[in-house]
Design a protein around this ligand. Structure first.
Ligand SMILES: [Ca+2]
Length: 260
């Protein structure tokens, strides 16, 4: 059944046509957001890292445009409210462009499960130039088991750090502040009503400049008792935890890509 909002949106679309504006602005399309492959083995200074688990809890993923939509400011906001209803719940996103598409709701992203679907995004037909997302902390209602160790945290990272003959297993629980966001991920994409592409969310442990998420986090040296295991958490190792947390706030470690 179509609700009142749908018919009001249709009325707005008709108005755009009647007003002889570019009707291509009005249609929308739903596209899958999928996980892009993550580089799971890499060097961090003189340490070889192998990641075996990378999961992250996010709130709304938004897609932004610059330019043409502003010209219709008098008409579009009303349509925009209807089609992208939660965008208005987050004012102040204009720094990254105008939000005209989004993947609504909370999602746990398993970055090592390449090709898996995160959810279905709704996009107004537009030229997209950027993407934003907001971190959250995972909850059982996110579809997790009640004893899932990600619960209460934003990231769960696990793996092996090797330097010379020394191998250390590690697990890291990282929390980001509520409403901490990544703004302005570059995205060059034109959405039309008939678009069939997917939008790929990528985590890059090594950013394009070669900086890793483990900068100033020397996992091997954190194994002070030599038992081959390190937990990085706010309680266990606050300085390394703070550095990892800070590194994971750098937008160079994320990307949104068009998957043909
Ligand atoms: Ca240890």
């Amino acid at each position: 059944m179509y609700g009142t909002r749908f018919w009001i949106a249709c009325a707005a679309v008709s108005c755009i046509a009647a007003c002889d504006l570019d009707t291509s602005l009005a249609p929308r399309v739903e596209l899958d957001v999928v996980v892009q492959a993550t580089e799971d083995t890499f060097s961090a200074d003189d340490t070889q890292i192998e990641l075996t688990e990378v999961r992250m809890a996010l709130e709304t993923l938004e897609f932004t445009t610059e330019g043409e939509m502003h010209a219709r400011a008098g008409l579009l906001p009303a349509l925009h409210d209807l089609v992208v209803p939660t965008a208005l719940a987050h004012p102040g996103h204009s720094a990254g462009g105008e939000v005209v598409g989004e993947l609504v709701g909370r999602h746990v992203v398993d970055y090592l499960d390449a090709g898996s679907t995160v959810g279905l995004a709704t996009l107004l037909a537009a030229d997209y130039s950027g993407a934003n997302f907001t971190f959250t902390t995972a909850e059982p209602s996110d579809g997790l088991a009640e004893d899932d160790p990600l619960i209460g945290h934003t990231f769960l990272l696990a793996g092996t750090a090797t330097r010379g003959d020394v191998e250390v297993q590690f697990v890291a629980y990282v929390d980001q502040d509520e409403d901490r966001s990544i703004f302005g991920l570059p995205l060059s994409f034109t959405a039309t009503e008939s678009s069939t592409e997917q939008l790929g969310l990528r985590f890059a442990p090594v950013d394009p400049e070669g900086d890793t998420i483990f900068a100033d986090v020397d996992i091997v040296s954190l194994d002070e008792d030599g038992d081959g295991f390190v937990e990085i958490s706010a309680d266990e190792n606050s300085e390394a935890w703070a550095n990892l947390r800070r590194n994971l706030q750098v937008h160079d470690h994320y990307a949104v890509e068009v998957v043909e």
